[in-house]
Design a protein around this ligand. Structure first.
Ligand SMILES: NC(=O)c1ccc[n+]([C@@H]2O[C@H](COP(=O)([O-])OP(=O)(O)OC[C@H]3O[C@@H](n4cnc5c(N)ncnc54)[C@H](O)[C@@H]3O)[C@@H](O)[C@H]2O)c1
Length: 403
């Protein structure tokens, strides 16, 4: 199916970015929100993104105006009557999204695909709110959508293969890198990223190292920014919400760090609230020290060791668990983490990295961490099978990949 016209529901941060990406590829978009005025604000965000390109000399003002002709604002879903695909980017609330999908089902033509940009909610649960679950799927863009190449394509339990193929083709036409991910909580990228970020918070809470040292060490490893800078950028409230969804689905290994909860309770949400793990404004930060002490005393061990591998082991182990479950192939897991989180491309992703340092070493470190730090590090069973069979990674010529 060829997609000639797109609708976007929710003209906030992601909705506006997605509308820009779609118009950049030359397709018309109707950007809707709860009122005309809010939708028009979204159109202004699209304009601001294009203006950034003009300022950097990447396009002319005339080209910007040509692209802007492709976006229209609307305060009602009724404006989506003739679109071929809708991408919903309303707030992360299942009931609200189900209401939106029910309404879209009534408005859009029967052949239209209904996609959600949800970060962690069930696609299947959105599908059942409609009479066309075969045409509902997840199309998960990353922030900022104009810069991040990855798009997770997530079929729900009832999604037809044709819908998946159409969505992959559409994402490719946007010059993005789509990866099909089996539905699971957090999909692929958030499922692997959250244990990594949560482990950073646990390290801080346990007094293993300082905020700045942890950030610096992860940047030295090759990450585009440290975990606390990333948490502050995402918003601690959003991360906590994702962590809770993962915890509900995967159990104790994903329990959110007490300090993350305390940060949200204290209103330290990150860049958007002026302070998070870092203080944005220059004042000396005594409150954070107090929160760390309190969370550390209330939960878990103190004075544990710090090493970047603590964060990497948490991510790699979750990657192996996802691989075992068939959520994605080893290649796609690595591609997703490089394209979606900036995992250093010279290390080719967490599973290539595991092959490089040796699967036997990964297994040993996870076993030791499970003993000393907590059962969240219990090694994925596949690792032991690999070691027993001599699939120990690059030096053996075979591991997750063949060399
Ligand atoms: N912000 C991110 O980094 C990010 C990244 C990937 C995915 N997501 C997901 O994208 C979605 C949107 O996130 P966001 O950060 O853009 O949120 P946002 O709060 O910036 O925007 C949400 C928009 O939806 C509008 N809205 C509320 N109720 C509506 C309704 N009933 N109908 C239509 N519009 C409605 C709001 O007015 C607002 O403009 C969420 O599901 C989120 O999980 C966010």
């Amino acid at each position: 199916m060829f997609i000639y016209k797109v609708g976007v529901v929710g003209a906030g941060a992601m909705g506006a970015q997605i509308a820009q990406v779609v118009t950049f590829a030359g397709l018309p978009v109707v950007l809707t929100d709860v009122s005309d005025a809010v939708a028009r604000r979204g159109v202004e965000t699209v304009r601001a993104i294009y203006q950034g390109r003009v300022d950097r000399g990447k396009m002319t003002a005339e080209q910007r105006e040509e692209k802007m002709l492709l976006v229209t604002a609307a305060g009602s879903l009724a404006a989506l009557r003739d679109v071929d695909l809708v991408i919903e980017a309303a707030p992360e609330d299942l009931k609200l999204k189900q209401d939106v999908f029910r309404a879209l089902d009534g408005v859009c033509s029967p052949g239209a695909i209904l996609a959600s940009n949800t970060s962690a909610l069930s696609i299947s649960a959105l599908g059942v709110a409609t009479k066309r679950p075969g045409k509902v799927l997840g199309l998960h863009f990353f922030n900022p959508a104009y810069a991040m190449p990855l798009v997770e394509v997530i079929p729900g339990l009832a999604t037809e293969q044709q819908t998946v193929d159409d969505a992959v083709g559409f994402a490719e036409s946007l010059r993005k890198a789509p990866i099909v991910v089996k539905e699971c909580a957090g999909f692929l990228v958030n499922r692997l990223l959250m244990p990594y970020l949560n482990e950073a918070v646990l390290c801080l809470q346990e007094g293993a190292s300082s905020l700045k040292a942890i950030d610096q060490d992860m940047v030295a490893f090759g990450m585009p920014m440290g975990p606390f800078t990333l948490l502050d950028t995402i918003g601690n409230d959003i991360s906590l919400e994702v962590a809770r969804i993962l915890h509900r689905s995967y159990g104790p290994r994903m329990a959110p760090a007490a300090l993350l909860e305390a940060m949200v309770k204290a209103g330290r949400l990150g860049v958007k609230s002026g302070r998070g793990f870092y203080e944005y404004g220059g004042a000396k930060d005594q409150e954070l020290e107090g929160l760390i002490q309190k969370a550390g005393q209330a939960a878990g061990p103190r004075g544990t060791r710090w090493a970047p591998s603590r964060l990497l082991m948490a991510m790699m182990n979750e990657g192996v668990l996802a691989l075992q479950e068939g959520v994605a192939s080893a290649r796609d897991i690595d591609l997703a983490m490089v394209a979606g989180t900036g995992f250093p491309s010279d290390k080719e992703g967490p599973l290539h990295y595991a092959d490089r340092i040796g699967i036997d070493h990964v297994l040993q470190e996870l076993e030791e961490s499970a003993r000393s730090l907590g059962m969240r590090f219990w090694p994925a069973p596949m690792l032991r099978r690999m070691v027993d069979a001599g699939f120990t990674g690059r030096s053996a010529g075979r591991g997750f990949f063949t060399y």
